[in-house]
Design a protein around this ligand. Structure first.
Ligand code: FES
Length: 147
């Protein structure tokens, strides 16, 4: 199996069996993100202690790519500092939207880089990351992929 097939399998796996897909009852950072192009919404929940993300989850409805991205994102966030999470979010955006290099993206998140080949789906992949930034910044407004 080549890397492309492996990445596709990972996205299908996380899109159909998302990890950390639940409301986090004791979350102290939450936000809602919206993709107005399709109407899909994602909520992100963070439990932050001493500037460290102790737990992360999401809920919402979306296409397989948006759900896979949210699932992979929450897995990557747990245990990171708030600064590391923000840096990861900026790196993800830079790779998918600005076509920068991917030095900062590693592990399973690299599976999402292939979405760049389908420009119409980039906002699906970035929806949860927009929402993450709002949750980290305690932005209570619904954030949009179009802003
Ligand atoms: Fe709505 Fe992908 S089609 S987020």
């Amino acid at each position: 199996m080549n890397m492309k097939d492996l990445y596709q399998e990972l996205i299908i796996d996380h899109g159909t069996h998302p990890r950390n897909c639940c409301v986090l009852a004791n979350a102290n950072g939450t936000a809602e993100g919206f993709n107005p192009l399709c109407g899909d919404k994602i909520q992100v929940y963070l439990k932050i202690e001493n500037q460290k993300i102790e737990n992360a989850s999401f809920t919402g409805s979306g296409c397989a790519i948006s759900i896979a991205s949210a699932s992979l994102m929450t897995e990557a966030l747990i245990g990171k500092s708030v600064q590391e999470a923000l840096a990861l979010s900026h790196a993800f955006h830079a790779v998918l939207v600005n076509d920068n290099n991917n030095d900062h993206l590693n592990g399973k998140l690299t599976a999402l880089i292939g979405v760049k080949a389908f420009p119409a789906r980039v906002k699906c992949a970035t929806l949860s990351w927009h929402t993450l930034r709002a949750a980290l910044e305690h932005n209570s407004k619904t954030v949009s992929t179009e802003n």
